[in-house]
Unconditional design. Structure first.
Length: 221
């Protein structure tokens, strides 16, 4: 016999007990449904985070970075003064960490660098990990001078992070190439290509440099 069924002779008491049993059962079912709904929402949020963020560093990934810049470009009419700057940040000698200390150490260094790069950006800017040892940064409302200064801060932040992580002897540094809208490109791909070209030119000059697009001279730090 069900524990919710009253076997006495009082019909009113039996009715009350049945009503209480139904209410209790309904409350349990509602609780289960709310719990499952909350679990589903958390799982969906986690999936969105994985789709837009780098699992190792927690930074936005390449996809999220492109979405951020595309949204920024859509608000910048052609011919306007530069409203955003894209910087490509490549780590010099990072392979030394993996070769000498293993990939776990390399991961620790990347995490430290990601945290350091996040500290040099302003609210509204975006720094992302777009490759193994490659990062990208978009800064809004900056000119050439501010973009160069931001690149210098990135270089110094990387070196400080590597030293703090205990791997200064590996000689890991950063080289930065940047491009501004609309001077160096009107689309995301054009800006990325210009910034990457500036990065390669800076590296050819000796690494640990900050280079501007359009083959402008890099500055040694």
């Amino acid at each position: 016999m069900s524990p919710f069924v009253y076997s006495g002779g009082d019909a009113q008491v039996a009715y009350v007990l049945r009503f209480v049993a139904l209410v209790t059962t309904a409350a349990v079912l509602v609780g289960i449904m709310l719990y499952n709904k909350r679990e589903l929402a958390q799982a969906e949020q986690a999936a969105r985070e994985l789709a837009s963020h780098d699992a190792l560093t927690g930074l936005p990934n390449r996809r999220a970075f492109r979405q951020n810049v595309t949204a920024g470009l859509s608000a910048s009419p052609a011919g306007a003064q530069p409203r955003l700057s894209i910087a490509m940040i490549d780590l010099d000698n990072f392979k030394h960490v993996n070769d000498l200390f293993g990939h776990a150490a390399g991961d620790a260094v990347l995490q430290a660098i990601a945290g350091a790069l996040s500290t040099v950006t302003r609210p509204g800017d975006c720094v992302a990990r777009i490759g193994g040892d490659e990062f990208a940064l978009v800064a809004y409302g900056v000119d050439t001078s501010a973009s160069r200064a931001l690149g210098v801060r990135c270089v110094r932040a990387v070196e400080a992070a590597v030293a703090q992580a205990g791997f200064a002897e590996c000689g890991v540094s950063a080289t930065v190439g940047y491009a501004l809208f609309p001077y160096h490109g009107a689309t995301l791909d054009e800006l990325l290509e210009a910034a990457d070209s500036a990065l390669m030119n800076a590296k050819s000059g000796g690494k640990r440099r900050v280079g501007c697009a359009a083959r402008r001279a890099s500055i040694a730090l």
